[in-house]
Write a protein that binds this ligand. Structure first.
Ligand code: HEC
Ligand code: HEC
Ligand code: HEC
Ligand code: HEC
Length: 392
């Protein structure tokens, strides 16, 4: 019974995301007709919600032929080595599960735990859903399988025999559109990728938090967390390795304004916005004023302070139009929250604010960061092992 309520809560939460995403698409469409025409985004709700379709999970084996370096990095990361084992080996896992009424044998097979610690896969032979251990390639880049899945179109450059270097610009556009429609999340989908991280790394579930499962211990700073073990955007030279991935800075396929430093700036701001959005949505699911709601309030005020004080006060406002507007729009809600505290009556306000943040973040995520050089001087962006050189 308790689990049913819990699942229901999560479903409701996801429905809200879905609804907000739909509103977002409609509104973005109204304002940016040109972009909308080039990049149809409505049909692909899975891209927006992060709902994983187990029948389309192929597993990382399908990527290994062409992505050896990415695979090597991922295999050494905790997403691969530890995320799943925690469910079976950590004493705390049993403790949380017991409080939530999840039986020990279900923790690592059939429970809400699996959503964040593993990847559900449908086994066609047995007709059953099993789990692949850990946070997999397709957890972040979206399920790829099926005849209309993105993997089929992903590395086909034209009529049989066409090499990647020979692909026509028109075919490239068509391929990108097909992969996008099939749900693939690429480097250019910064906002949706960031949402993916936060959907796991911030507890959005009051019951789970009350059972003692809290994370992250400190902040989840997107740049910092992307730079270390998770990083797999190696700057491979396409002239040396045509079978390797395109790169954010690949001059053949991306605008010349793009650089690793610019990417870090855009990522930093988008990370703060997504943190704010996630925390607002989580707050809206809280049922009472207690530890969970107050943690979410703290996250909200912290992220908002970076946006409204650090960035807007220090940087040239002309360069941050969408942020300036956003801060104006949501300030009344956040001031009310600060003054009156959390109230379930204000749920609608929190969700409205979250929707506005989502819209600003979507816009901001299209930037290449080249205009935001001043941000480097504020010393806000964490530095990591990001040297931007080819790693064999
Ligand atoms: C919303 C996603 C999410 C759900 C649902 C979830 N976890 Fe986690 N869990 C995480 C993340 C992310 C971490 C890593 C936290 C960090 O390192 O900052 C984690 C860490 C842990 C840890 C190690 C840290 C600790 O608290 O001991 C255990 C054990 C754990 N989870 C068990 C569970 C169990 C059992 C369930 C189901 C009752 C569950 N998790 C559900 C995302 C989730
Ligand atoms: C499906 C849920 C899920 C998603 C999506 C996800 N993570 Fe994780 N992440 C986890 C779990 C579970 C762990 C294991 C925690 C542990 O080992 O204590 C983890 C561990 C990590 C760690 C190592 C522990 C730490 O905090 O230093 C980093 C870094 C990290 N994730 C960053 C990211 C980034 C960046 C993204 C998005 C690009 C992301 N994660 C997306 C669930 C997720
Ligand atoms: C935790 C989420 C996560 C997981 C798991 C993950 N990726 Fe990624 N991937 C990302 C993000 C985020 C980026 C964009 C990174 C950036 O811009 O710095 C990315 C970028 C890439 C790129 C582009 C790299 C480049 O040089 O620009 C490739 C290729 C890729 N991923 C393949 C894979 C493969 C293959 C796997 C599994 C072995 C995998 N990813 C697992 C989140 C993830
Ligand atoms: C037949 C070879 C091949 C296979 C198999 C393959 N890829 Fe790729 N992938 C490529 C090539 C080549 C590129 C770079 C060219 C491009 O952008 O299309 C790439 C690029 C990518 C990118 C980066 C796109 C971007 O702009 O950020 C991601 C993410 C990615 N692959 C994920 C995967 C995942 C996940 C799998 C396994 C499910 C996989 N790929 C399987 C060849 C392949």
């Amino acid at each position: 019974m308790r689990r049913t309520i819990l699942l229901w809560l999560r479903v409701t939460w996801r429905s809200w995301v879905l609804l907000a995403a739909a509103v977002l698409v409609i509104r973005a469409g109204a304002q940016q007709p040109a972009r909308q025409a080039a990049a149809p985004r409505q049909a692909d709700t899975a891209r927006q919600t992060g709902e994983i379709d187990p029948t389309r999970i192929e597993g990382h084996e399908k990527c290994v032929d062409c992505h050896k370096t990415e695979l090597r990095a991922w295999s050494a990361s905790k997403h691969s080595t530890r995320a799943f084992d925690l469910l079976r080996a950590a004493p705390t896992a049993l403790e949380y599960a017991t409080k939530l009424g999840i039986t020990p044998e279900n923790i690592a097979r059939k429970s809400l735990c699996v959503e964040c610690h593993a990847t559900p896969q449908h086994d066609a032979a047995s007709g059953r859903v099993t789990v692949l251990p850990g946070v997999s390639c397709e957890t972040c880049h979206n399920p790829s399988g099926g005849t209309d899945g993105w993997l089929n179109a992903h590395a086909v450059y034209g009529p049989p025999g066409t090499k990647r270097e020979e692909e026509s610009p028109a075919h490239y556009e068509e391929r990108m559109a097909r992969c996008r429609e099939a749900g693939q999340l690429r480097t250019s989908d910064l906002y949706l990728l960031a949402k993916r991280c936060f959907s796991c790394h911030v507890v959005d579930d009051e019951k789970l938090a009350q059972a003692g499962h809290e994370h992250p211990k400190g902040d989840f700073e997107l740049v910092e967390k992307s730079l270390g073990e998770v990083r797999h955007n190696f700057f491979i030279d396409p002239a040396k390795n045509a079978q390797a991935s395109t790169l954010w800075i690949d001059p053949l396929r991306h605008s010349p304004g793009r650089s690793a430093a610019g990417r870090m700036r855009a990522m930093f701001v988008v990370g703060k916005l997504v943190d704010l959005e996630t925390s607002l949505r989580s707050l809206a699911t809280a049922t009472k004023d207690d530890d969970f709601s107050s943690k979410m309030e703290k996250r909200i005020s912290k992220a908002f302070a970076v946006l409204s004080e650090d960035l807007l006060a220090e940087l040239k406002r002309t360069k941050l139009g969408e942020l300036e507007q956003l801060v104006k729009d949501i300030q009344p809600t956040l001031e009310k929250l600060g003054a009156d505290g959390f109230s379930t009556d204000d749920r609608r306000l929190y969700l409205e604010a979250a929707g506005k943040v989502a819209r600003a973040a979507t816009q901001f995520a299209d930037r290449d960061g080249s205009e935001l050089g001043e941000l480097d001087e504020l010393d806000l962006i964490p530095k990591g092992p990001f040297d931007g050189v080819f790693q064999p």
